[in-house]
Design a protein around this ligand. Structure first.
Ligand code: PAF
Length: 288
């Protein structure tokens, strides 16, 4: 870390203007800026992104903003956990330099009416089941990239499709930053870490690891069983568990996100799943 480019104590900034001023000085001094966009309610998964960003850059910015435009379900938006103070304590301990925590008015002084055309990667799976979701993600992430102008941005692979959509947005808009995909972090029982896990009741929490367990088990069936057989096994096994309902499970080419029918169609098969555990929507994925 170059002393002249570092920010000594973690700053919590709410205004775009103030953030611009701070980051302009860092850029003028040649500081590399790493950026981790989040919606808060931070867990180890987020912190692993922050660690990577802190390791690779001179200055690390984490945004905390529960972006309303990406929630197609208003109940999900209302019940999304908000824990700003605890988040800031965790970030400070990780050596984060700047937390950007804007209000809704700051981010959207007027409604964002931009419509992105991000092609097939944004239409399948989450794109089909959560209409408008990726458009909202592209709105907020492009705004954040414009504000922070990072050299690198860090995203978790739990949201495997989101990374593909953001890469496509970056390509279309000509951003020159690096997108860094970081591995999924899991609880000791395998459940993928997610801010939504705190909403599970004790019995739902006990059942939820069936998702990761079944995905992992399904890798042992490849290539002996067909894609259809593996899909059917995963869906049936998870649906047998109380309060669990698979919304979709697709085995796709990890680059195009197109569903495959035969293992020979891709060198990079990925199983992407969404499961309702009671009212809580959990997602996960596995590489075959
Ligand atoms: O992955 C998330 O938490 C959000 O979709 C993101 C990237 C912070 C945009 O609001």
């Amino acid at each position: 870390m170059h002393p002249e480019t570092s920010v000594k104590l973690m700053k919590v900034v709410n205004s775009i203007r103030e953030l611009n001023q701070i980051l302009a000085v860092i850029r003028e001094n040649g500081g590399q800026i790493g950026f981790v966009p989040t919606m808060g309610a931070l867990h180890e998964g987020h912190l692993s992104l922050v660690r990577e960003s802190v390791r690779e850059n001179d200055v690390n910015v984490v945004s905390i903003f529960v972006n309303p435009t990406q929630f197609n379900d208003k109940n999900d938006l209302v019940s999304y956990p908000r824990t700003l103070e605890a988040d800031c304590r965790l970030l400070e301990a990780e050596g984060c330099d700047i937390v950007f925590a804007p209000s809704e008015e700051e981010m959207y002084p007027e409604p964002d009416t931009r419509v992105f055309n991000l092609g097939r990667v944004a239409e399948v799976m989450e794109g089909a089941f959560r209409p408008g979701h990726f458009n909202g993600v592209a709105q907020v992430v492009s705004k954040l990239f414009d504000i922070v102008q990072p050299d690198a941005a860090y995203f978790g692979e739990k949201d495997f499709q989101q990374i593909a959509v953001i890469r496509e947005m970056v390509r279309q808009l000509g951003y020159t930053l690096r997108i860094v995909a970081c591995p999924i972090l899991r609880e000791p029982d395998g459940l993928a870490m997610s801010s939504r896990n705190v909403r599970l009741t004790p019995s739902q929490r006990q059942n939820a690891p069936v998702i990761a367990r079944t995905l992992k088990e399904s890798t042992t069936f490849v290539p002996g069983k067909s894609v259809e057989e593996v899909k059917a096994h995963v869906i049936e096994t998870i649906n047998r568990e109380p309060e669990m309902k698979v919304e979709y499970f697709e085995i796709v080419d990890g680059n195009t996100l197109e569903s495959i029918r035969d293992w020979s169609e891709t060198q990079f098969p990925v199983g992407c799943i969404t499961v309702f555990c009671g009212p809580v929507r959990l997602i996960d994925n596995i590489k075959y």
